[in-house]
Design a protein around this ligand. Structure first.
Ligand SMILES: *Cc1c(COP(=O)(O)O)cnc(C)c1O
Length: 215
């Protein structure tokens, strides 16, 4: 079995400069995060508020925490003070709550809009039509900075379908966001395809930390 540090070294060889690697540590203990941290990683992704809050307390303060799971509006307050990037904004209501909470503590919070381009209906995120309403309202948000988009491709072996998803998200980003915007797409199974389609942020869990034992 290879170590976390060895797996990171292998992945880093395949990730061009300028692409941010987010190590997805959900369901793995703080010790695993520390191993990746000691290998030089600073960006970590979590999908549950309780787990993120617990890890943030015990881990180094220069870690940049990314929230990547479904975020309930009543839990925004627990992470708003320290989270670096909320990648999974999937409703206007959530955006409004983040705005309110960010204003309350006097900071500007960076977020990504999660866009739904995959075939599975179960995946979350804004559809194209829903996004129109968001673009129209963006100017009203003064404590939220929409820094880019996050997406997940259809879970399939079909590379053409995966490319279709990534290209669609890249197109939306091109049409609606500035040049330097964040395009977070690609996971363990498909990050090289995502990079080919313009991803500048990838989110890798399994390939770094191993298979998750979900409870
Ligand atoms: C869990 C998760 C990942 C990591 O997936 P792996 O296949 O383990 O690399 C990436 N993005 C999101 C949104 C996730 O929930």
């Amino acid at each position: 079995m290879s170590t976390i540090a060895e797996r990171i070294r292998e992945i880093r060889k395949r990730v061009p400069e300028g692409v941010c690697l987010v190590c997805v540590s959900k369901f793995h203990p703080a010790e695993a995060v520390m191993e990746a941290y000691e290998a030089g990683e600073r960006d970590f992704g979590e999908s549950r508020v309780q787990e993120l809050v617990a890890k943030e307390k015990v881990l180094p303060k220069d870690i940049r925490w990314h929230f990547i799971g479904h975020l309930q509006t009543n839990k925004v307050r627990q992470i708003i003070g320290f989270v670096d990037l909320i990648q999974s904004v999937d409703s206007l209501r959530l955006l409004e709550v983040i705005e309110k909470e960010a204003e309350r503590i006097g900071r500007v919070v960076r977020v990504l809009l999660e866009v739904h381009v995959a075939r599975e209906e179960t995946k979350s995120g804004f559809g194209k039509e829903e996004l129109e309403a968001v673009w129209a309202k963006l100017k009203e948000f003064r404590h939220v900075e929409v820094a880019g988009l996050m997406t997940m491709a259809t879970n399939t072996e079909d590379e053409q379908e995966i490319h279709r998803c990534f290209r669609e998200a890249a197109k939306i980003a091109r049409e609606h966001l500035g040049k330097g915007s964040v395009l977070s797409m690609g996971m363990s199974n498909d990050f090289e395809l995502a990079i080919a389609d313009g991803a500048n942020m990838i989110r890798i869990g399994t390939d770094i930390f191993g298979v998750r034992k979900k409870t």
